[in-house]
Ligand binder design. Structure first.
Ligand SMILES: *[C@@H]1O[C@H](CO)[C@@H](O)[C@H](O)[C@H]1NC(C)=O
Ligand SMILES: *[C@@H]1O[C@H](CO)[C@@H](O)[C@H](O)[C@H]1NC(C)=O
Ligand SMILES: *[C@@H]1O[C@H](CO)[C@@H](O)[C@H](O)[C@H]1NC(C)=O
Ligand SMILES: *[C@@H]1O[C@H](CO)[C@@H](O)[C@H](O)[C@H]1NC(C)=O
Ligand SMILES: *[C@@H]1O[C@H](CO)[C@@H](O)[C@H](O)[C@H]1NC(C)=O
Length: 579
């Protein structure tokens, strides 16, 4: 024991210099079945591919788009998911035969519901792949009965593995999807509105895009689309993917003399998730909108995106970047590149700027529209706000993200990200001043899933995961897992604090009095008012993530991660838990 001490001093130093930004290891791991993190799982015989999720306004009902069905789950009480209503919605025999005759596998010739939106007070709108013949229907919310069936081309993909986005705003449906059987025509459209509009790959508007999300920002009167596509501006690399944000005005009615039935307000810009000298994380996987705190400037709306890289040698497997609405607006208000319509190549603009591309209300301004048709790619790219990349993971491929802001007992707001890894773990990560800290990882899925979705219910304090393994409900925290004040504080979980009266680690949302908590530093001495030996380590690992050679060092009551030293098979630096 005594000759340990110097080693530990060194380790502690290493830990100090080489902080946790470098080593992003979840502090606690819960594999499937761990008692500390029990998940609610909805699975039912005959219901498959439960991937599309929509939550009612009061958070009590979860609507699920599945294979050949749409149903609703009662999620009003924690830990319970009960089926309430179900609509069966399958293609007819003839449609199935057509599908397989065209060479598609029986497995994919179903109706995979991929669009589910609230249209108005009484009806939902649902679209499915319908055996490679996209079809939509209205569903009455009261009695959950479908009415009518209409062509879903441009609203929903043909192939159940193609990604798409759809959002209903004021009774109109804004979509981005593949719009043909061959899978080579992509469109951005609006349906069910006073003026239906579209835009596709002709004339270089888009190039083989994959849509990953869309959001409506009321203060701007705009719908923003997020996608990746093949770059046409960087011609020195072949097939270079680039992540984009595009915008359209909800007031757009299309052109009067030219560009009839087409968006006149479409503009796009690059979303750049890249550290200065590193290779870019150029492939957007998912994005989520984090509104500003109540009453703050809407320009402070943040978009948190997860990105991967086209090159495996990039420094990490994936990254998180956040973009500020105010910065996005600046880029769209700036200069634009010019498209050579013959070569479909982009170049700098030489002529005068005669219009502001992306502007609303250009429909009568024919001269300006001629300009917009050739100048809709912003010259500037949207850079991540504040301190560059939010998170870079060297060993995880994050594919879905949810985000929330939560107030710690100190009164300070913290952003918590829920990141779903490709291997099916949920990483709950808090963004500290010194960098991200992964509070816990929870295994949700057993197999990697090509189609899945993450949905956060802030009112209920749960994350829903929709997948082909069923629907899962994961509470955002389980504070009672932490048995004493030190563990409770070391977790640095903004949802949890130590209640000195009840002598338990409790959810902050359930308590009004002061609790012991130190999200930023995890300083046990201060928060718990106890004295720990600065060189005694408190092991912080639970579960199987304790990889050889890596250990957690929490010294002097302050949490930090460090590389452990391996000696003869045993890892120095996996000390005993504090009593
Ligand atoms: C929370 O953790 C405690 C202690 O490990 C456990 O008994 C309880 O079942 C857990 N609750 C949930 C909802 O995971
Ligand atoms: C939520 O709304 C549904 C109907 O829209 C209603 O039946 C239910 O009671 C509401 N739940 C709460 C907690 O308000
Ligand atoms: C909602 O939309 C449906 C379908 O278009 C329509 O039949 C219904 O009347 C609308 N309800 C309201 C309240 O506008
Ligand atoms: C549907 O679920 C099955 C397994 O349950 C899976 O193999 C298949 O890939 C899923 N299909 C889609 C489109 O998600
Ligand atoms: C476009 O012209 C029509 C009539 O031709 C007019 O009613 C409308 O207000 C004009 N729109 C704008 C934005 O100027």
């Amino acid at each position: 024991m005594t000759d340990w001490a110097p080693t530990w001093r060194v380790l502690v130093l290493v830990g100090l210099l080489d902080t946790c930004q470098v080593l992003l290891i979840p502090r606690t791991t819960f594999i499937t079945g761990s008692p500390g993190r029990s998940l609610t799982h909805f699975i039912s015989p005959g219901i498959e591919n439960t991937t599309t999720l929509l939550l009612s306004n009061n958070g009590s009902t979860l609507y699920v788009g599945a294979r050949d069905a749409v149903f609703s789950l009662n999620v009003g009480r924690p830990g319970i998911m009960e089926i309430r209503s179900k609509v069966d919605w399958s293609p007819a025999e003839k449609e199935l035969q057509d599908c397989t005759r065209k060479g598609k596998s029986e497995m994919d010739c179903h109706n995979f519901v991929r669009v589910l939106q609230f249209l108005n007070a009484t009806h939902m709108y649902a679209c499915g792949t319908f055996a490679f013949k996209p079809t939509c229907t209205y569903i009455n919310r009261k009695d959950f009965s479908p009415t009518g069936q209409e062509v879903g081309q441009g609203r929903c993909p043909y192939d159940p593995y193609q990604r798409n986005t759809a959002i209903a705003v004021d009774g109109a449906l804004y979509t981005g999807t593949v719009a043909n059987f061959m899978g080579d025509r992509h469109v951005v459209s609006r349906f069910m509105s006073h003026a239906d509009l579209r835009l596709d790959e002709s004339q270089g508007w888009l190039k083989d895009p994959t849509f990953v999300g869309s959001t409506f920002i009321p203060s701007e009167g705009k719908v923003y689309y997020f996608f990746r596509e093949t770059s046409m501006e960087y011609t020195f690399i072949n097939d270079y993917s680039i992540s984009r944000i595009a915008q359209v005005c909800t007031s757009d009615v299309g052109g009067k003399l030219i560009m009839q039935n087409q968006w006149t307000s479409f503009a796009k810009a690059q979303l750049r998730c890249q550290a200065d000298t590193e290779l870019p994380f150029n492939i957007i996987q998912d994005i989520v909108t984090l509104p500003p705190p109540e009453g703050d400037n809407p320009d402070d709306t943040l978009f948190y995106g997860v990105f991967s890289s086209q090159w495996s040698m990039a420094s990490g497997q994936s990254a998180v970047c956040s973009f500020r609405l105010g910065d996005i607006k600046k880029v769209f208000a700036g200069n634009y590149m010019k498209l050579n319509r013959n070569t479909l190549q982009w170049g700098p603009r030489h002529k005068e700027k005669v219009a502001n591309p992306g502007e609303c209300g250009l429909s009568n301004a024919t001269d300006k529209l001629w300009f917009v048709k050739e100048n809709f790619l912003a010259e500037g790219s949207v850079e991540p706000g504040d301190q560059g990349l939010t998170l870079v993971s060297p060993d995880q491929l994050y594919s879905r993200i949810a985000a929330q802001r939560t107030r710690a007992s100190s009164g300070k707001d913290f952003t918590v990200l829920f990141l779903l890894t490709e291997s099916g773990f949920l990483h709950k990560t808090v963004l500290l001043d010194k960098g991200p800290h992964i509070i816990e990882e929870i295994q949700v899925l057993k197999q990697p899933q090509s189609v899945k979705n993450l949905l956060l219910s802030i009112t209920k304090g749960v994350v829903f995961v929709g997948s082909s393994e069923g629907v899962f409900e994961v509470p955002v925290s389980n504070c009672s897992f932490y048995l004493n004040c030190a563990e409770c504080v070391l977790a640095q979980d903004p949802f949890c604090g130590w209640d000195p009266n009840r002598l338990s680690c409790v959810e902050l949302s359930t308590i009004s009095s002061d609790v012991a908590q130190d999200v930023e530093f995890g300083n046990v001495n201060k928060a718990c008012k106890i004295q720990t030996d600065p060189y005694i380590c408190i092991c912080s690992y639970h579960g199987p993530s304790r990889k050889p050679g890596i250990c957690a060092v929490e010294y002097g009551g302050e949490a930090s991660l460090s590389q452990g030293i391996q000696t003869g098979g045993a890892t120095l630096g996996v000390p005993k838990r504090q009593p």
